[in-house]
Design a protein around this ligand. Structure first.
Ligand SMILES: Cc1cc2nc3c(=O)[nH]c(=O)nc-3n(C[C@H](O)[C@H](O)[C@H](O)COP(=O)(O)OP(=O)(O)OC[C@H]3O[C@@H](n4cnc5c(N)ncnc54)[C@H](O)[C@@H]3O)c2cc1C
Length: 483
């Protein structure tokens, strides 16, 4: 069957290289992958469409790339084969005990639908990340400490398998697959078409933001980590060190922000305590009024943009959400608050001197722990139940075509950052992969769960049909992988 014949067989839309919409259809969140030219992009409208695409690819010996929200840092949702895009399977349905999510739904759309239904679900901290990748990789965010990972709340999933069959998995049906899909990584075991998730009870939230002078960065980074470790589960918080190009007055700045499932007074008292621990005052501090969960999350994720505007540029007529430039990153999970000397080393790798050459870069930390760490390590595929922080660096270039030296330069910076992170690391999170991962990456991502994951892979995808650079395989990886 030729590619065009698939067009007549699916209810959704098939975009081929000669079609006018192809250049937009192939895009991911990161512009780096605009040069990858898939055989076709299938915007599936139903589970049957997905199954037909799987069979089409298998019959023709094509690779198949599963795409949800398209946020894979390392481009694992695209390639030269057939891209199965789930973005039109994006329903959000609130039922009695669960919320059903189409696997292509973006956080901001799910929150918007649930806004009027009196339901709340956990999401990450970026508006357009898709449920498909977020939940299969683990799913961390500001609600992790209070409610656990996004995947801890998944009660069932519908999955199209490599042989074209569709199964439902849950604790009672296909339990090994259900186990693997909660942290074993996307694009590995099958195409999830729908998740059922347990809603959470979080009717109101308070958002906060503080900015700190870079001169105080070592103390703020150290104090913020201790504050987050010792703080209540209701506190969801991130810290980012921004370069001068994004700081007030052209100076680098440290931003601490997040949401709290409590009162504005509790947040103010908490921020006072953070300032006391840091021994300095922030340049600015904003504590919002308590608001509806979806409204506060929308504002924290999208600012004043409407839902339609907040979508990624190119995905709708009003969409103006930014795309990410060519980036090299190093990320690790860490198991404790860094000491002052370790914080200083982390900031050295971010390197304030790079402002002089206009290097765009971030040091990002997200606080974890709480409920996520009260789950046994082997209960789901996500093993990192002792992680307290996700910490990492991104080094970006907005004109890589005009700067031939950029890839090597950014790789060297990311490597230096990886060295700074190594003494603190207790593993890696498959949804924030480093650009360069060496050695035994399966153990890095999955710890003692890797053996069971390989067994599930053998049982459900014996021919390794669903694969990308770091999907779990049938046997241990032996070579270094560079994505
Ligand atoms: C700017 C930004 C912010 C982020 N913030 C957070 C955050 O706060 N918390 C967090 O946990 N993560 C975050 N992430 C990471 C994000 O969770 C992962 O990149 C995730 O895999 C993206 O899912 P996606 O569906 O949007 O991406 P995609 O690129 O579409 O998919 C990612 C992976 O999942 C697979 N996949 C996608 N859909 C399915 C499906 N339906 N069935 C099976 N496999 C599927 C793909 O094949 C690919 O391997 C962020 C990423 C970015 C770029």
């Amino acid at each position: 069957m030729r590619a065009a014949a698939l067009r007549d067989r699916i209810g959704g839309e098939l975009v081929l290289p000669d079609d006018a919409g192809y250049a937009l259809a192939i895009q991911l969140q990161n512009t780096e992958y605009d040069t990858v030219e898939p055989y076709a992009v299938a915007y599936c409208a139903s589970e049957e469409d997905v199954a037909r695409c799987v069979r089409h690819a298998r019959d023709r010996g094509l690779r198949l790339h599963v795409r949800g929200g398209g946020h894979s840092f390392n481009g694992w949702s695209t390639g030269e084969g057939l891209v199965v895009d789930l973005s039109r399977m994006s329903h959000t349905v609130a039922e009695e005990a669960v919320v059903r999510l189409g696997a292509g739904v973006r956080s901001l759309d799910a929150l918007d639908v649930l806004r009027t239904r009196g339901r709340q679900i956990v999401t990450g901290t970026f508006p357009t990340v898709g449920a498909g990748g977020f939940l299969t990789g683990g799913g961390i965010g500001w609600q992790t400490r209070r409610f656990g990972l996004g995947s801890d709340l998944v009660t069932a999933a519908r999955v199209v398998l490599a042989d074209g069959r569709t199964v439902r998995c849950s604790a009672a049906e296909e339990p090994d697959l259900y186990w693997a899909l909660r942290g074993g990584g996307g694009g590995t075991f099958g195409v999830v078409t729908e998740f059922e998730v347990r809603p959470v009870e979080a009717p109101t939230l308070v958002a906060f933001e503080t900015l700190w002078a870079y001169d105080d960065a070592v103390e703020v980074l150290t104090a913020w980590q201790e504050w987050a470790v010792e703080g209540p589960d209701e506190l969801g918080t991130s810290l980012v060190v921004l370069p001068g190009m994004f700081g007030p007055g052209g100076r680098p700045v440290v931003r601490v922000w997040g949401v709290h499932l409590g009162t504005a007074e509790e947040v103010r008292a908490g921020l006072d305590e953070l300032a006391e621990r840091a021994g300095s005052k922030p340049l600015s501090r904003t504590v919002g009024p308590p608001g509806g969960y979806a409204e506060v999350m929308h504002e924290a994720l999208c600012g004043s943009k409407t839902v339609a505007q907040c979508h990624r540029t190119g995905t709708g007529p009003e969409a103006e959400g930014h795309r990410h430039p060519y980036t090299r990153q190093s990320y690790r999970l860490t198991g404790r608050a860094a000491t002052r000397a370790e914080s200083a080393a982390l900031l050295d790798a971010w390197d304030p001197a790079l402002d002089a050459v206009g290097q765009e870069r971030y040091l990002l930390c997200i606080a974890l722990g709480g409920a996520a760490n009260r789950v046994p390590r082997t209960a789901t595929a996500y093993a990192h139940r002792d992680a307290r922080f996700l910490i990492g660096y991104q080094f970006a270039c907005r004109d890589v075509a005009g700067d031939a030296a950029a890839p090597a330069r950014l790789t060297a910076l990311a490597d230096r950052a990886a060295t700074a992170l190594a003494p603190l690391a207790c593993g890696s999170y498959i949804n924030f992969p480093s650009s360069r991962v060496g050695g035994d990456w399966e153990t890095e991502y999955f710890g003692e769960n890797r053996g069971r994951l390989r067994a599930v892979k053998r049982a459900y995808d014996p021919e390794d049909f669903f694969r990308h650079a770091q999907s779990i395989g049938h046997s241990a990886p032996t070579t270094e992988v560079e994505s």
